[in-house]
Design a binder for this molecule. Structure first.
Ligand code: MG
Length: 412
């Protein structure tokens, strides 16, 4: 079997869901998904000559070949790995189809028949669609909204109180009623109490405000529903510690990325200073990106992103290493249902799985975008592990085309 072509398509959802398809001379095709990035589909297409003529069943060899070919453009991380990750998943899809077996079995078999999903609730409001550099947009498939103000910079400041404890409380109840057993909210939201957008400092009033948002969500939920919060690498270590300590009575599932992820010493100091579990990992790449953090026992939860970390093999290496330090894995996930199902195979196949993110509760065509799986895809907060060959699902191209990003090729 030989790879003959690589094609791409982009669906404009809350993020740009970027698909890569590999075709072979035996009519077996594989489809993977990549985490969005500027210039991603052009990068994917430039990788086609590296793959053409290769046997797609040599998954690890092709991963290494792509790594060697792009070493100068991203040896340890970056958007090159968003491309390689989608390709690697497409290779697993092909191998599974060729062997007539689901991908989870190729990863060593499953620990569970259904995978626990946690719902990202953003900042308590409805659909926000972001382009590849995080500018807010009105998606092309929605009617033009005169009240929508596109932003040029995601981390804006404001002098108004936009996000309220009431919003968090209402959203928490609504998502719990949908059957989810765990939720996550952003707390690094624009607010009138911040003094400086760039200096990583939290004011006392800002910390009080953030805790009031979290407490409102916590009080709205049943005691057995878990709650996590996310800070997107925004703060300095002392203010992050103050926030984590203030949140201790709320028994969070985790506090995610209060500080940047690159310094294991900082993370370790933070983890040891609070009873609130600290999570990170969505912006780390490859096994090497996680090794030091795990060796230093600097996190309670690791959150690799299955559309950028390097592929299913790398993710499994990370999970096995985390297991040896008794650390849980809760993959970050903002992908389409296809990318989510790729992550489901991984989550089924590792022992130390905690929960998998779902970030698209306001995308109206989520369930319609894939076929060959019972609908809704998420049932009572869980996804059944697919048993069909490969990823076990197919992209519905009619639906995908309807929501395709204007100006991008659609598997052409
Ligand atoms: Mg996050």
């Amino acid at each position: 079997m030989k790879i003959t072509r690589l094609r791409t398509a982009v669906v404009e959802a809350n993020f740009d869901w970027t698909f890569v398809r590999l075709e072979t001379d035996e009519r077996v095709t594989g489809t993977g998904e990549c985490f969005f990035a500027p210039g991603l589909t052009a990068t994917l297409r430039e990788l086609e000559p590296i793959l053409r003529g290769e046997d797609p069943r040599n998954v690890r060899r092709l991963f290494r070949k792509l790594q060697l070919a792009t070493s100068g453009a991203g040896m340890v991380g970056g958007l090159i790995y968003h491309a390689i990750t989608g390709i690697e998943i497409a290779l697993w899809d092909i191998l599974g189809k060729w062997l007539d077996t689901p991908v989870y079995r190729l990863l060593g078999g499953k620990f569970r028949d259904k995978v626990r999903i946690y719902a990202d609730c953003h900042a308590g409001d409805a659909l926000e669609s972001l382009d590849s550099v995080l500018r807010s947009r009105c998606p092309s498939w929605l009617p033009p909204d005169p009240s929508h103000k596109p932003t040029n910079f995601y981390h804006e400041t404001t002098d108004k109180l936009i996000y309220t404890p009431e919003m968090y409380s209402r959203r928490a109840k609504e998502m719990e009623a949908r059957g989810f057993t765990a939720l996550k909210f952003d707390v690094d939201v624009p607010n009138p109490y911040a003094l400086d957008l760039f200096n990583r400092c939290l004011t006392n009033r800002e910390i009080d405000y953030m805790v009031s948002l979290v407490a409102a969500a916590r009080e709205a939920l049943r005691p057995e529903t878990d709650l996590a919060i996310d800070c997107h690498w925004r703060y300095n270590v002392d203010d992050a510690r103050r926030l984590a300590v203030e949140c201790e009575p709320l028994c969070l599932l985790w506090l995610e990325d209060p500080v940047p992820p690159g310094n294991a010493d900082v993370l370790k100091g933070l983890k040891s200073a609070t009873r609130t579990p600290i999570a990170s990992g969505e912006n780390l790449y490859l096994f090497e990106g996680f090794r030091d953090i795990l060796e230093q026992q600097a996190l309670s939860v690791v959150a690799p992103d299955l559309q950028k970390v390097g592929g299913l093999s790398e993710a499994r290496r990370i999970a096995e290493f985390a297991e040896s330090y008794c650390v849980s894995v809760a993959p970050h996930n903002i992908s389409s249902p296809l990318g989510t199902i790729a992550a489901v195979h991984f989550c089924a196949a590792i022992p130390n799985f905690l929960a998998l993110e779902f970030h698209a509760s306001d995308v109206p065509f989520w369930n319609d975008l894939i076929d060959s799986i019972p609908k809704p895809v998420i049932q009572n907060g869980f996804i059944q592990v697919p048993e069909k060959p490969g990823l076990g699902v197919t992209l519905n191209e009619d639906v995908a085309r309807r929501y395709a990003r204007p100006g991008e090729p659609f598997f052409e």
